[in-house]
Design a protein around this ligand. Structure first.
Ligand SMILES: Cc1cc2nc3c(=O)[nH]c(=O)nc-3n(C[C@H](O)[C@H](O)[C@H](O)COP(=O)(O)OP(=O)(O)OC[C@H]3O[C@@H](n4cnc5c(N)ncnc54)[C@H](O)[C@@H]3O)c2cc1C
Length: 500
């Protein structure tokens, strides 16, 4: 029989949704303020939704560098700046993106190898097809090949401006990304990011052959993108949030919101816990970071979510097909392809597997392909690179997942932007990260909005009684955080076949 608790617990901020967005917001608020923060998650574990089903690609801009509108590219670049300023020191050594000296006195972001690092050191390589490649030669339209040349030039010049050592990211002791206008003006390229000899040659030859073409020319660009370990990132964030007194509760279901009839402000929430008992929480601010759950939320709160939910799919191959991670940027949607070698960690130890995806840069239609057809196409493309035998000797798994995208007022805003909105319902913020990789920016921008909403004073913002490293030193907290956060979903799929 369920019971109703008469006690009403007060918090400053209640975060609904324990994916990367909710976790990162709670962590930054708990770490940087004295606010009392609680996270409520409906599933048994934190990060069990899109934040564990994702591919594991930390985006620093490469995939969007060829798109005319630089917004998504800049979102990625700025997220890297926020990551280094807000996380690298606090989560050292695990947050292993740092500023590295590329030339005397010139610093650019890069990964420092570390066995428990959030990020892999080996970069994701970008394959740019050139003369004679089947995807370019099949474009009969001259306009298409002109467009591709333009895109290619943009990829090379933007990436070189930002990561090639032209901009010094170390400014007055802080990490500072270059200015977008400066990047756009910097069209000169020296080819410094091009791989002199391509480790992808063998795959490219096989791919060409498979499409009835002779060996064609390719450029391979070393990006700053890397595979990441999303579960480890979330675990460290949860440990830090707990060490700074944030509260997490999972397996809850929302019941009713208490809304002030005069102002429309949301002030309280009645929810059911995992045992079916009801509880009340009051909060000065509710933050909704529910991913694909915004539609459902509309039945409890009068909100019209600015969120589009798209079905997407991934293929996992085990053991990994190669340790190289690469993405083909192609003028043809049907040639979009990427392979990431990801290291998963969990109860069966550490293991590497391949994530196969449709890169879909700047193309909306790629994501809407039906599941089976889309998955088959992906496997066929992979056979082209790795060969039929390699694919047949692997355990293959496919799964569907929901991608969430913010719908802005204009078309440009839609491209993987993050979304932090406060106007719709008083007492609430709505947040969508757009990408896992944007979590540092999402946490920072939400923190700024919270400061505005709650009119924070300096004393609220300067916790004095904290132990900054407790999340790393306290074994109980570390164990609780590990238990609380779901493993990478592909790792869970592989559990029956992982060899110890
Ligand atoms: C196939 C695929 C591959 C991707 N690959 C990448 C990648 O490689 N790199 C990258 O940066 N991004 C990637 N993304 C995007 C990334 O996964 C998402 O942008 C990000 O994880 C979304 O985080 P979130 O916290 O908003 O959502 P979620 O992780 O889904 O979290 C939302 C949480 O809210 C909870 N919730 C919902 N409703 C309620 C409710 N009523 N009460 C309580 N809790 C509720 C859910 O259970 C869930 O845990 C990928 C996405 C997909 C689908």
């Amino acid at each position: 029989m369920s019971t109703e608790s008469t006690a009403i617990t007060h918090y400053d901020v209640v975060v609904i949704g324990g994916g990367i967005a909710g976790i990162a917001i709670a962590e930054l608020l708990a770490r940087q303020t004295t606010l009392r923060v609680k996270v409520l998650e409906q599933t048994e574990k934190l990060g069990q939704g899109a934040s564990s089903k994702l591919e594991g690609w930390f985006h620093t801009g490469g995939l969007y560098s060829g798109v005319e509108d630089p917004q998504t590219f800049m979102n990625c670049v700025n997220a890297l700046e926020d990551l280094i300023n807000l996380y690298s020191a606090h989560f050292a050594p695990n947050c292993n993106f740092r500023l590295k000296e590329r030339a005397p006195g010139v610093f650019v972001p890069g990964v420092v190898s570390h066995e428990n690092g959030w990020f892999e050191e080996q970069p994701i390589l970008y394959l740019l097809p050139g003369e004679g490649s089947p995807d370019v030669s099949r474009s009969k339209l001259r306009s298409e090949s002109v467009l591709w040349k333009l895109q290619r030039q943009r990829v090379l010049s933007r990436l070189e401006s930002v990561y090639g050592g032209k901009h010094n990211w170390l400014v007055a002791g802080r990490c500072a990304a270059p200015d977008p206008d400066w990047i756009e003006k910097n069209q000169e390229t020296t080819g410094i990011l091009l791989e002199p000899t391509s480790s992808l040659d063998e795959f490219c030859r096989r791919h060409d052959q498979c499409h009835g073409a002779g060996p064609s020319s390719y450029d391979v660009v070393r990006s700053n993108d890397v595979p990441m370990d999303p579960a480890r990132i979330m675990r460290d964030l949860v440990a830090s949030a707990m060490a700074h007194s944030a509260d997490f509760e999972t397996s809850v279901s929302l019941d009713t919101f208490g809304i002030d009839t005069k102002t429309g402000k949301v002030g309280s929430l009645r929810y059911r816990n995992r045992y079916g008992n009801y509880f009340h929480v009051r909060a000065r601010l509710f933050i909704f970071a529910v991913g694909s759950g915004f539609e459902e939320l509309a039945s409890l709160l009068a909100v019209k979510p600015s969120v589009k939910v798209i079905k997407s799919y991934m293929v996992v191959a085990y053991p990994a097909l190669t340790t190289l991670s690469f993405v083909r940027m192609s003028p043809k949607v049907s040639f979009h392809f990427n392979h990431l070698c990801v290291t998963g960690r969990g109860t069966k130890g550490q293991t590497e597997y391949s994530m196969l995806g449709d890169s879909g840069f700047g193309a909306q239609e790629a994501a809407t392909v039906e599941f089976i057809g889309g998955t088959d196409a992906l496997i066929d493309l992979a056979k082209g690179y790795f060969g039929v035998d390699a694919m047949q000797s692997r355990h293959l798994f496919a799964y569907e997942c929901l991608k969430t995208e913010f719908i802005g007022k204009s078309e440009e805003e839609r491209r993987y932007s993050y979304w932090v909105e406060s106007s719709e319902v008083p007492g609430c913020l709505f947040v969508l990260p757009g990408k896992f990789s944007f979590f540092p920016t999402v946490a920072l921008q939400t923190y700024k909005k919270v400061k505005e909403h709650l009119k924070l004073h300096d004393t609220d913002e300067r916790p004095t009684d904290r132990q900054p490293w407790r999340h790393q030193a306290d074994d109980q907290i570390k164990a609780a955080a590990t238990e609380f956060v779901a493993d990478h979903y592909p790792y869970r799929l592989l559990l029956p076949v992982i060899k110890r």
